[in-house]
Design a protein around this ligand. Structure first.
Ligand code: FAD
Length: 343
């Protein structure tokens, strides 16, 4: 089979921030887009940690027509209170907080809404093998389905499946920053509204954030550990045991947080680290978002970078011409940092 020099059929693997944004850009420019997403259901709106979108991400959201939905979902944080290891208040700081801040569930809902009925979604599935023969990429899915695309884009976050299949195992690309975190939602039984409370002890930190009083709160437990506990990541109960072992104190709300972590349906445990990879594309396959440049979650800019990166990749592919040139321009523009991209 001989594919045209301008690719049209694109598989986007991962319907997170980068994958959904890229699918939107490609769909609007006439590409035939399929999205494969491992999760069987979409994250619920109104849930998840809130992400702040910087200037470049807001500009992209505006160009994509998403700003009204994001503004409607904006959450306000007015106060940050820091506690010491004994649970005593060290300081309370009023936040200026003029950032556009939305929960991850709301961001994904805004990104996915314009795709409905336009882009094919394969949910609860994943790419099993990729065979790039130079003219096209032949893809076998876990479900047993088999299809051919002009391009495949890996947007599955820091543990990207596409990256593993094309560039090799994760370890050489992953740089551990010495911390592990556990993020989860829990009922807001704390009387908190529009605020974050942070408990800090040497090597450990627990934060509790709530926006609207009736909405779920979000907790994040962070611990310092010399060696990355990669072996527990396949086992949800071993993850919980590991994190629980670092928070034994009966102070502040720590016992409640540990108990709720145990029950949480949306618990996300991972190492804090960074992905560094020499090239973001190979032949007809490219990476975008955390799959390509996943940075420390503590930097707090991953969602904005994913949005801007996907937009730039979508625009470069949409400009026409061979995909190799588009991939090269995308990488050249983004390597300097998403916030530096001239939009
Ligand atoms: C607890 C926490 C707090 C954070 N706080 C902030 C913050 O305050 N500000 C900020 O900007 N960023 C924050 N981030 C980071 C931000 O969420 C990410 O950087 C951003 O979502 C990256 O987008 P992405 O599209 O690359 O990956 P993701 O949004 O993670 O999306 C990846 C998608 O791929 C899917 N997937 C995974 N494997 C497969 C597979 N094999 N096949 C198909 N699909 C697959 C996943 O289910 C998911 O839908 C935080 C992250 C976490 C975990």
């Amino acid at each position: 089979m001989h594919a045209p020099s301008s690719p049209r059929r694109v598989l986007v693997s991962g319907a997170g921030v980068a994958g959904s944004a890229l699918a939107h850009r490609l769909d609007r420019q006439g590409f035939d887009v399929t999205v494969v997403e491992k999760a069987a259901s979409a994250p619920a709106p109104g849930r998840g940690h809130a992400v702040a979108l910087g200037e470049a991400a807001r500009e992209v959201a505006d160009r994509m027509g998403l700003l009204p939905a994001l503004r409607a979902a904006h959450v306000v944080r007015r106060l940050t209170t820091r506690l010491d290891a004994a649970g005593e208040v060290r300081e309370s700081v009023r936040d200026a907080d003029d950032a556009l801040r939305v929960r991850r569930g709301d961001l994904l809902a805004a990104l996915r809404a314009p795709l409905e009925g336009r882009v094919e979604f394969l949910t609860g599935d994943s790419v099993a093998t990729l065979d790039d023969d130079g003219d096209a990429v032949h893809v076998a899915f876990d479900s047993g389905d088999f299809r051919t695309y002009d391009l495949v884009i890996g947007a599955e976050g820091p543990h990207s499946n596409t990256r593993r299949l094309v560039f090799g195992p994760e370890r050489p690309f992953h740089h551990y920053h010495g911390q592990v975190f556990a993020g989860f939602s829990l009922p807001n039984d704390f009387g908190l509204a529009h605020e974050t409370v942070v408990w800090e002890a040497p090597g450990r930190r627990a934060s509790l954030t709530a926006y609207g009083p009736g909405e779920p709160a979000h907790a994040c437990l962070t611990l310092t550990r010399e060696d990355p506990p990669y072996t527990v990541f396949g086992d949800p109960w071993a993850q919980r045991e590991l994190v629980r072992g670092y928070f034994p104190e009966q102070v502040w709300q720590l016992p409640v947080l540990v108990r709720e972590m145990w029950r949480a349906q949306d618990l996300h445990v991972d190492v804090v680290g960074e992905i560094r990879i020499r090239a973001w594309s190979h032949e007809r396959v490219a990476l975008v978002g955390d799959a390509a440049w996943g940075g420390s979650l503590l930097a707090g800019e991953g969602a904005g970078k994913a949005l801007v990166g996907a937009y730039v990749l979508g625009e470069e592919l949409g400009a026409g011409g061979p995909h190799g040139g588009a991939f090269a321009r995308y990488e050249e523009l983004l390597r300097g940092g998403a916030e530096k991209v001239p939009l």
